[in-house]
Design a protein around this ligand. Sequence first.
Ligand code: AMP
Length: 210
Amino acid sequence: MGPPGVGKGTQAKSLSRRLGLLHVSTGDILRVAVRDDAPLGRRARPYVESGRLVPDDLMGELIGERLARPDARGGFVLDGFPRTAEQVAALDGVLARLGLELDRVLLIVAPEAEIVRRLSGRRVCPSCGALFHVQSRPPRIEGVCDACGTALVQRADDREDVVRERLNVYERETLPVARAYRDRGLLLEVDGSGTPEEVFRRIREGLGVA
Ligand code: AMP
């Protein structure tokens, strides 16, 4: 968990790779569905593009389906889910059905000015999902994905007005979820400032992962 642009995606990818777990990013799933104009994407598009949360019933369905697939049986790192109290309840239900338990909840935090700087420079590969930043993680060739050669884009929801809405939604809906997990003794809060490598080191220390 964490505000938009704090590095959730980057860290979730590193952590899932290190632990050999499936990475499940609800944002990535939604963006692919929107790009492909899939039924899910058609319903989710207006929310994703304006920085609002996709309705909980749709998200509950999405996560229930995704986590029931065989590749999730060995465990997973959830990235960007749950974000509301209803989604916490939905996740608890899905996990109980699957006989799984949540081990830890990670909250990555950073000052707002740093978040805005990161989001405005963020570029993504629309084909393979690789992440870049014009200053701190530029691709080898400007505007081109290192991994697959596709032209990089700025996410539609990384525009300044949409970023402000996403930050509001985070504070209103998602911070209370983090507090609820703290009360359940599951929350690990990590300082998200510095390089991705520095943040990843803090996460590994906090989790006791080599
Ligand atoms: P993210 O890539 O995690 O920042 O997600 C991008 C956008 O996808 C969000 O601004 C929401 O519109 C939507 N989204 C992703 N995850 C969720 C979720 N758990 N609940 C509702 N909407 C979500």
